[in-house]
Each structure stands twice: as structure tokens, then as C-alpha cells.
Design a protein around this ligand. Structure first.
Ligand SMILES: NC(=O)c1ccc[n+]([C@@H]2O[C@H](COP(=O)([O-])OP(=O)(O)OC[C@H]3O[C@@H](n4cnc5c(N)ncnc54)[C@H](OP(=O)(O)O)[C@@H]3O)[C@@H](O)[C@H]2O)c1
Length: 325
């Protein structure tokens, strides 16, 4: 099988597409033939080993694990001897980041308990678009933000992989959505269900005379003082994306300050792959309540170009890579 690996930290040109022996599933694993994958900012961060502090976990001088890639949708080829819930031919999807496997490969072998059955109504491309970005949107709005029906939510970065899921999930929760994106994406974000769309090229949401129950920041430009001004009493600002080390430090200190100065909260979080969350998203997609937005398609040999495109930071929804037809 072919898989992308990197022996050193660096840009997409450090990726190599090499031949490996197809893995054999252990007793509790599935061997899955990958049909489609998608690219996330986490992929190029892991590829480059930036910010540098992540190298403390991933290898200081060179990556300990050469494989990369998170999102996978594919077809079960073999099951381990103790696997009862799946059989060859089943269609499955998941996020393999943190398992040791890499999604940018023709086959992946991961524990059966990590996979979710792909509903027939959901295409492999839609399924590959969903795990990391969809779960981040769901956990940020639901688990951390506790968004409720009728509440006011501000979604910053509404046009990206995470933001396009967040707008639709907030709509499903029946919140009132104010979304921030750039001019060319205003109509797309409105069509996903945003009630008010602010074009950040023309207007600055930070100057709004309005308050929100929840700010979902997938860009990383909400400062603690702006959050304090824009949040209602007991409101919460969830930092999903961060724009640099300075922002991260300012946010962490601001979190302490805000909790002492008011009843408003700042929270950051790292999304965790949970099969129950992914199953819920799959059900919403299968019943047309959620549609993954796929703006750009690449084939497997173009994967470095797909990562380079994603890294430029202007995607409208998800960047999909077809691995096998
Ligand atoms: N906490 C977690 O567990 C977690 C998980 C997944 C992702 N993330 C982070 O969340 C962030 C978003 O991820 P993503 O997958 O959505 O990224 P993405 O697909 O690259 O999307 C970024 C979007 O933001 C828009 N944008 C850029 N500058 C903006 C601004 N000033 N105001 C409003 N929108 C702006 C871009 O479009 P335009 O340039 O046209 O505006 C683009 O559509 C990243 O920092 C990522 O690392 C965190």
C-alpha cells in the first residue's frame, strides 16, 4: 500500500509517498481501505511541528510517528479475530489522529471501537469531511458552550471547516446566529442558516453594540476585553482556534482576570474523538439536517497541494482528498 510519511518537520515538500506492507489487523482492530480523507489545520501543524511546544509530545528533533492525517472514510477489508460489530464490506469513518495511524494512506488499521458506521445516505466525501471539524463544532457549542434554543451566538470564522459545521449545528439547536466571514463567503454562510452575517472586510464585529450568550471563536482574534464587552452576564467565549502564542498567553491570563472581574467565562478546549458524537453527526447528515460543505477536491497524488491550500487559511468549508475510487 502507499502512504504519505515525513521523516523531518517541514512543509508539504517534506512529504513522501512510499510503499509499505499492508497492515494486518490485531484481534480488536479493523483494516480499512481508505476511500476519502480531508485536510485540517492540525495536519500542517503536526507536519511542521509548530507551535514548537507540540514537539515535546511529537518528538523534539524529528517526528516520532512518520504517518499523518486525521479524517478517514472507507470500507472494512478485514476484521480482527475478536471483532463482532463490523464485517468486511462495511462502510466506516473516524478521526485517527492520536492512534498512531495516519489517514493519508491507502489503508489504516485502528481498533474497531474507534470506528463509526457510515450511513448509506452519506457519501464517503461527506463522511471524510466530518470527524475533526464536525466534532470540534459540536463539542465547542454543546459540551463547552452549552448553547440552548433561542440563545444568541456569535460564530467567528464561520466559513471554514469548523465554522460551516458550527453554523449548521447552532441552527439545528435553534439559536440566533451572528456569523463573521469575508465578502466572497457571505452568501454561503447565510445559506447555512446564519441570521446575521458580518463581512469582516467591511465591518468589525468587535465594535458591535450587542451582547451574546456564546462567542465561538474559530479565528483567534477575540481578546479578553472584547469578550467581556460582547458577552451577556454569565456568557461564555469558547476559543477554538488561536492566532499565535501571544494570543494563547493573553487568553490564558485573560481567563483568570475575567473570572475574577465578572461572571463571564473564557474557555479553550481540544476536541476529542468520541464515537457517540460522530454517530450523532452522521445521523444529522443522513437526515439532511446537516450538510458538510466541501469546497475543494484533490486526488491522492495531489495531497501535498491540498495541504498547502488548506494552510493558506482561506478554505470555504472542507478540503477533500479522494484516495481510491
Ligand atoms: N480546539 C480544537 O480542538 C480545534 C479543532 C479543529 C480546529 N481548530 C482550530 O480552529 C481554527 C479553524 O479551523 P478550520 O478547520 O475551520 O480552518 P479553515 O478551514 O482553514 O478555515 C478558516 C476560515 O476562517 C476564515 N477567516 C480567516 N480570517 C478570518 C477573520 N479575520 N475573521 C473571520 N473569518 C476569517 C477563512 O476565510 P477567509 O480568509 O476568506 O476569511 C476560512 O474560511 C484553526 O485555528 C484550527 O487549528 C481547533
Amino acid at each position: 500500500m502507499k502512504a504519505y510519511i515525513r521523516k523531518k518537520y517541514g512543509g508539504p515538500n517534506k512529504l513522501q509517498l512510499l510503499d509499505f506492507q499492508k497492515p494486518s489487523p490485531k484481534e480488536d482492530e479493523l483494516l480499512v481501505k481508505v476511500v476519502a480523507t480531508s485536510v485540517n489545520p492540525a495536519d500542517w501543524r503536526v507536519m511542521r511541528g509548530t507551535p514548537y511546544m507540540i514537539r515535546l509530545m511529537m518528538g523534539v528533533f524529528k517526528p516520532k510517528n512518520p504517518f499523518i492525517g486525521a479524517d478517514v472514510s472507507g470500507i472494512v477489508e478485514k476484521v480482527g479475530s475478536k471483532v463482532t460489530q463490523f464485517k468486511p464490506g462495511d462502510e466506516v469513518f473516524t478521526d485517527v489522529m492520536g492512534t498512531g495511524a495516519g489517514a493519508f494512506a491507502e489503508y489504516v488499521c485502528v481498533k474497531a471501537s474507534h470506528w463509526v458506521r457510515k450511513p448509506q445516505e452519506v457519501s464517503h466525501k461527506e463522511a471524510a469531511a466530518t470527524p475533526l471539524a464536525g466534532i470540534t463544532a459540536w463539542q465547542g457549542l454543546n459540551d463547552i458552550g452549552k448553547l440552548q434554543n433561542g440563545q444568541q451566538v456569535l460564530i467567528n470564522g464561520a466559513s471554514g471547516g469548523v465554522g460551516t459545521f458550527a453554523v449548521q449545528i447552532a441552527k439545528h439547536i435553534e439559536a440566533h446566529i451572528t456569523a463573521v466571514c469575508s465578502t466572497s463567503k457571505v452568501e454561503m454562510v447565510r445559506s447555512l442558516g446564519a441570521d446575521v452575517v458580518i463581512d469582516y472586510k467591511k465591518n468589525d464585529y468587535r465594535k458591535l453594540n450587542q451582547q451574546f450568550d456564546l462567542i465561538f471563536d474559530a479565528v483567534g482574534n477575540v481578546s479578553p476585553s472584547i469578550a467581556k464587552r460582547l458577552l451577556k452576564p454569565s456568557g461564555i467565549c469558547v476559543m477554538v482556534g488561536w492566532s499565535g502564542f501571544g494570543h494563547f498567553i493573553g487568553f490564558s491570563l485573560g481567563k483568570l482576570w475575567l473570572s475574577k472581574a465578572s461572571d463571564k467565562k473564557l474557555e479553550s478546549f481540544t476536541a476529542k474523538m468520541k464515537t457517540e458524537d460522530l454517530s450523532l453527526l452522521a445521523e444529522l447528515i443522513a437526515t439532511n439536517k446537516l450538510t458538510p460543505v466541501v469546497s475543494d477536491h484533490y486526488n491522492f497524488t495531489e495531497l501535498p497541494a491540498a495541504i498547502a491550500f488548506q494552510e493558506r487559511g482561506h478554505a470555504a468549508g472542507k478540503v477533500i482528498v479522494t484516495v481510491s475510487e
